[in-house]
Write a protein that binds this ligand. Structure first.
Ligand code: 1QQ
Length: 393
């Protein structure tokens, strides 16, 4: 009897088609960034940018009248945290897309999971080589450092035309840093400069005496740093404390005001190439609007990671709206799997006028962006706050 019941139950189960997930309303969009750990120095800015986008885009009607709901999952600073956040967003929260993770190092581990689940990923801050190549469902709105970073070297040469001897330092345990340093090292060669020493460190390091001693010994007149925020900030600080007087170019890891308290007044004059500038408003009313709203909400100006997170949400919302326009069907009437596939295509069509100017996503998932900037850090007398002051466009 028992056997018959089990057999019957099996037959009934098999006859019942699996219930396909529908898209929930409000439309869930995953935000997988670092809200804890050292990487939260970047992640907090991303949360601010994303939240502002949610508020403003919903106030403007969301997706043709349907609101969006951001679902935040903390990735912390490592690969395991990112993998876990992605799994929760995909399987439990059933998001239509994931914006994240914060680091390229995390993207290489977590993005394949979303790719296998055929769910679009929009990288808000992944700038290493090879990110879009992870898979068909992986894209980014953060310009790769291959396009951004060399601008800062050119600016350093304008400031000091007799510049020659370059010391290169990078975090060897981080995918972005290892990628960015190859871009810098290639550009150094192309620009006719000489690499006099290459020094490695770890993102967890706090003592940089060995590296600084090598820089001083090599008689460098430019130091180029590829690391994350806390490590790079400490490196800048110790370079100055131990007597280095030359120019410093920082990579994307120094692109956050949350790094300013680490090197304090010694952050002054560090040059950083940027994919966003709050000052670039003349040609871009969207940025003017965004920068004013950000200032009103957070009592400080937006920096690059906030602007990029805002843009990532904006791009997803506009791509969703395009789907409704083209199909005549409301997002909430789609099955989740169909919508995720349609969204991946929609993201890659048309252009988006964002705080970073006009951008688009190539079929490969790579961002196309026109305008980049170089700024220098100018610290306030309090030694904790400061600004990226535009030095070139
Ligand atoms: C990357 C980066 C980091 C500096 C972003 C926070 O550019 O990991 O790709």
């Amino acid at each position: 009897m028992k056997r018959i019941v089990i057999a019957l139950a099996l037959v009934l189960c098999a006859a019942q088609p699996a219930l396909a997930d529908k898209v929930a309303a409000p439309i869930p969009i995953g935000i997988a960034v670092a809200q804890t750990s050292n990487v939260a120095l970047f992640g907090q800015e991303q949360v601010n940018g994303a939240k502002l986008a949610e508020e403003r885009l919903n106030a403007a009607g969301g997706v043709n009248g349907t609101k969006i709901a951001l679902v935040f999952q903390d990735t912390a600073g490592d690969e395991a945290g990112a993998v876990n956040a992605f799994q929760n967003l995909l399987n439990r929260d059933k998001v239509v897309a994931i914006i994240g993770p914060t680091l390229s190092q995390q993207a290489f581990a977590a993005n394949p999971i979303a790719d296998r689940a055929k769910t679009p990923v929009v990288g808000p801050s992944n700038t290493a080589k090879g990110i879009p190549e992870i898979g068909e469902f992986v894209g980014r709105i953060s310009a790769p450092m291959t396009q951004v970073a060399p601008n800062s070297l050119k600016q350093a040469m304008k400031i000091k035309p007799d510049l020659k001897r370059v010391a290169v330092l990078y975090a060897q345990n981080d995918a972005f840093s290892s990628s960015e340093t190859t871009t810098f090292q290639d550009a150094i060669k192309e620009l006719g400069l000489e690499t006099v020493t290459v020094q490695k460190f770890q993102t967890t390091d706090t003592d940089f005496t060995t590296q600084v001693t090598a820089v001083l010994g090599a008689n460098a007149d430019l130091v180029v740093i590829s690391g994350l925020a806390a490590d790079s900030g400490n490196l800048v600080k110790q370079l100055r404390q131990l007597g280095y007087k030359g120019l410093i170019v920082g990579g994307n890891g120094l692109n956050s005001p949350n790094m300013f308290p680490v090197c304090g007044a010694l952050c002054n004059d560090v040059l950083v190439a940027q994919a966003y500038s709050p000052g670039a408003v003349d040609k871009n009313p969207v940025n003017k609007d965004f920068a004013a709203a950000f200032e009103a909400a957070y009592k400080k100006g937006p920096a690059q990671f906030s602007a990029q997170a805002y843009a990532a949400v904006q791009v997803v919302v506009e791509a969703l709206a395009k789907i409704e326009k083209e199909t005549g069907k409301k997002i909430a009437d789609f099955e989740l799997a169909d919508l995720r596939a349609a969204l991946n295509k929609s993201l890659r069509t048309g252009t988006y006028l964002t705080p970073m100017g006009e951008i688009s996503m190539a079929p490969s998932g790579e961002v196309q962006q026109k305008d980049f900037y170089v700024s220098k850090i100018v610290m306030n007398p309090d030694g904790k706050t400061g600004a990226f002051v535009l030095v070139s466009e």
